[in-house]
Design a protein around this ligand. Sequence first.
Ligand code: AP5
Length: 218
Amino acid sequence: MRSADVYVLAGPPGSGKGTQAKLLAPKLKVPHISLGDLLREAVRSGTKVGEIAKGYLDAGKLVPDEVAIDVAEEAVTKEACGDGFVIDGFPRTLEQAVLFDKLLKKLKFNLKKVLYIDIPLEEILKRLTGRRSCRACGAIYNLAFNPPKVEGKCDVCGGELYQRRDDTEDVIKVRYEVYKEQTSPLIDYYAEAGKLAHINGSKGVAEVFKEVSKAVNF
Ligand code: AP5
């Protein structure tokens, strides 16, 4: 029988959601969906969603719920997600969470765990100002903690590394405030539903992944 479990990676900006999702998804042999990556791709391709999303991304604010929900729904209804998936950056508001529950029920997915990675703001600033991402394959680096072997080039595919436009100190602070106001209420929402696993994100990548693996039971 096919398992169709869903894992959500949640936490403040820079907590390591993307890094951990990229490790977890291949272990579970399911796709990784990143709402932030999908929205940035839409901006790059100049789609209608991208046109709406651009100003919000640049300012560090959340795109409107209906836009985020449409993008998430399109991604999770793809056939590749049939055996379940790992999603990061969604849901981010209570409204998104309620609609996500309904969508999962409709598609017969089981929300297995919400892995909530927690780190303090000082650590977030250090991590995000040093982040570099590959334009071609999406691999994530950090100039201080996990630098590429060759400056500006991806170790995995040789693609060009770039710095995200929203990784400036001012925008990071806005993103953190937005997270506290609009996203942190989801911690109680999922704790009450018995779905929350609290992960200490302040350790190194491998140690955090050990905690993630334990929470996922493998
Ligand atoms: P999104 O792309 O999701 O950004 P975010 O939530 O701010 O999170 P980040 O991607 O910045 O960080 P992360 O937690 O994935 O950390 P990472 O692993 O990269 O969203 C961007 C924007 O899109 C939002 O602001 C909003 O506008 C819009 N959006 C997205 N979803 C939306 C939604 N649902 N509704 C509405 N709008 C939405 O790691 C960060 C750095 O730290 C890297 O350099 C990494 O190498 C390093 N690192 C990671 N783990 C460790 C570790 N353990 N030790 C040391 N370094 C580490």
